[in-house]
Design a protein around this ligand. Sequence first.
Ligand SMILES: *Cc1c(COP(=O)(O)O)cnc(C)c1O
Length: 391
Amino acid sequence: MDKNKNQSKGNTISMSRETRTVQALGFEDESSGALVPPVHFSTTFARDAEDYQTPQGRSYLRCDGATQELAEAILADLESAEESMVFSSGIAACTAPFHGLKQGEHALISKTLYHGVLSFVKEFSESWGILIDYFETGNLEELEQKLIPGKTQLVWLETPANPTWAITDLETAAKLTHQAGALLAVDSTVATPVLTRPLELGADLVCHSATKYLNGHSDVLAGFLAVRDPSLELWRRVKMHRKFGGTVLGSMEAFLLIRGMKTLHLRVQRQSQNALELARYLEAQGSINWVFYPGLESNPGYPIAKKQMQGGFGGMLSFLVSGGKKEALEVLSRAQVFKRATSLGGVESLIEHRKSSETVETETPDNLIRMSVGIEAVEDLLEDLRRMLQV
Ligand SMILES: *Cc1c(COP(=O)(O)O)cnc(C)c1O
């Protein structure tokens, strides 16, 4: 599919990525003219009596689905990717490249990471014979030292990274990784393709929990991986894993994801604006020890974030309260606009005691509160923060 052109009949003018996403790549149903893509629920497809072929080459929904393929085309366009694959969840997408590694191969992982990926690696890598090593998030000298040329196959990192939103310079990380003959995979869930496109900065694979900003309405579980070079052996194995591991996305979920993505740019712009305002407010409060948000000039990641995030710094921020878990829970108990819940990227603002949600030993402090800032009126969010902090 020509990624840069409107797909509707006879229309070949070039459009911005935002317009293409809003219009689902210009989708028009050929037979009816419907602008909203249909949901194809059929798991199987009829074969011709003569040549035993199906009309569009699809045979079984676990292998190919029309609704899933439209979602994949939109996602590949968003990430400047050659190919993309949707999965049944973000974690299914994030762990697929590890399933693609072979016994004795080495992977390097950044320490500050979504806890689910860490849990998976800690539970399974040893018994599968995959060698895992860790580097301090954002510390590229340590990354360089720990890369083993010829042996390291995969470098995995997240930027901004859960839950401190530490920033890694993707261009430099990609250069170092490639010098050692390895591939760079980036979990870009928090940045979204609106703000950062890792493949354009040299990464080989990009991964998302589409459950979060891409769908944006807290009502779909989905994930995707996108690749710059689909001829990679790792990509072939990831494809095999999805097909025969069965981590496929359902048709209804694919449809809802396509619908959700239409407003992605608008939502992320508003969320980034709201989050920056809240971060500045929090930074000005004496009772807050530290605010983690890459859009604050005081944040150590700010210069790189400014370079590799365009149009905003995202909707995620964290802060430390004085005291420990008890004091943090007291703050949360006073929330009325923010909902006390885990997850992120939906239109509604969420707030949580992060450590309580994590499933593995991490460095997340007991007094850390994590917020996913939504698209509500910012005055209401500010008022709620004042209520929570009693200022
Ligand atoms: C939520 C999340 C995941 C896991 O995605 P699910 O859709 O919950 O399976 C992976 N990475 C990041 C950064 C996330 O926030």
